[in-house]
Design a protein around this ligand. Sequence first.
Ligand code: WTA
Length: 646
Amino acid sequence: MYKIENHKVTDAARSRTHIDEAGYERLYRQSIDEPDTFWSDQAKRFLTWDQPWSKVHESDLSQGQAAWFIDGKLNVSVNCIDRHLETRGDQAAIIWEGDEPDQDKHITYRELHEQVCRLANVLKERGVKKGDRVCLYMPMIPEAAYAMLACARIGAVHSVVFGGFSPDALRDRINDADCQAVITADEGVRGGKRVPLKQNVEKALQECPNVHTVVTVQRTGGDIAWDSQRDVWYHEACAKVDADCPPEPMDSEDPLFILYTSGSTGKPKGVLHTTAGYLLGSAMTHHYVFDYQDGEVYWCTADVGWITGHSYIVYGPLCNGATTLIFEGVPTYPDASRCWQVVDKHKVNIFYTAPTAIRALMAQGNDPVTSTSRASLRLLGTVGEPINPEAWEWYYHVIGETRCPIVDTWWQTETGAIMITPLPGATDLKPGSATRPFFGVEPALYDPEGNELEGATSGNLVIKRSWPSQIRTVYGDHQRLIDTYFSTYKGVYFTGDGARRDEDGYYWITGRVDDVLNVSGHRIGTAEVESALVLHDAVAEAAVVGCPHDIKGQCIYAFVMPMRGVTPSDDLIKELKAFVAEQVGSFAKPDFIQWTPGLPKTRSGKIMRRILRKIACDELDSLGDTSTLADPAVVEELIANRQNRG
Ligand code: WTA
């Protein structure tokens, strides 16, 4: 085990970075004291505009309202492709590494331009117009990026649904956003297994009356059903259309995409991001946080189905003219060396992944790592959940051989871009801390009553002012945006996370303070799993909590009350797990299901999750006050039958 200690900005990092300590202090101060000047400078530097803005920014957070670069016009696909053609037409925009180690390809910016234009023309030909929503349900293939950019080119709004979601979850998302077209693949390939994407689309569309077009990429050639009215093959349709497509001029505040995410209550929310602010946020953070230097190869292992894939596989890197690596597979296939073999094969310089992947690889020992060179690596990053200091030190010592700074980046689907993070060359590192706010981000800690806490302390993390890449609305339900993020504390954005601030002003994210779980870096609402469980005929009531898990960060523990007349059994537990996988996706499957004749409730009928969490996590010493329960006896029964004993 490595000693857990603070790490100074290394000289190696400092000699190359875009910014140093003094530069960070100066720019951060300017971003807070003179935001209009700061953001104007950045927007000119990072983006290419068709028409400049008339006003930098306007917001009223109490109404959940924010607008940036008002009246400005630009097109995201032009910023990510066309403007690079002159200087980088022959540079790889995308390096694709397939699931099998012998499959890869390089796509230059020029090829990217052609592919995106062709698909944009196909969408246009099928009647997709500016403002229409298009659902993407894709494996990790270059066409996923083409599809996002093709939508951006014609002003259509994409809604990417992670390929691990079930047909039912896909259906709900298609209908909520009223998507009229879907782009998918015949099958996905991950870790040697096939994922029946088109078949899932087929099932979903049985209840999506408004979808008129499905464009299918041929990835495996597997057998699929076909509807000649609705279905077109990607390769056939793209071959028939023009290789150029004029970009649609978009307003700064025109929607760019919707991405569904889980909250503490109710169905997933369609987080809406708009054009200019989002693109600026993702490009600027990609530049400063990953310290991207011309010609480098950058690899983010996320899936494009999540926000990390949107901002840091596609939009940020391509806006900056980077070479971004898209990996179809998983870190442990064919074996636990895979990531480092890919790093050596493509000479990856910057590597960004989730703590859960680091912990899983760490559990396999050092040999799969030390058998590779990794000499090209110079910067490492993490995202998605708190990283435990032991895993941090392993990442630092074994993967990066103490040469690579680690950027622990805190942010959310709703924030669009990284918010709290070290900047290489500018921030001394403390393992487990996301450190300091990025430019323009004004974090604060509040107590439950809404008082701001000063100095070294812990509290609920809020953001006190608007930032360009912030969520603009919950699609179709602006009130829900206000209620979820801007009502807990009037006039500020509530993150849902708890945090500690130390004596150096460093932030340490402690995790969600609401009922959102983080399982292997996947964000899952307890309410989603609960509503899936109660849909099953055998279930009367269900309550779901998260427990710490060595590799996954958290695991899912469900308490289930059977319907009258149902006999609880192990087989039924198996069935329920499979049922959740079917309703939501297999990543949301409970690890433990415990039968119970009742749930602990307050006299007003509210489930006491605090108690359930303690029981599930085997923390019986700190059960707390159970006297307010309607029926305290139920607790004894729950304790006696708990599943997760340490
Ligand atoms: C958690 C992922 C600790 C946090 C980009 C947040 C983190 C949720 C970190 C958002 C980090 C993300 N340290 N926790 N560096 N990054 N989180 O929307 O709880 O999938 O609220 O966005 O992940 O998850 P989401």
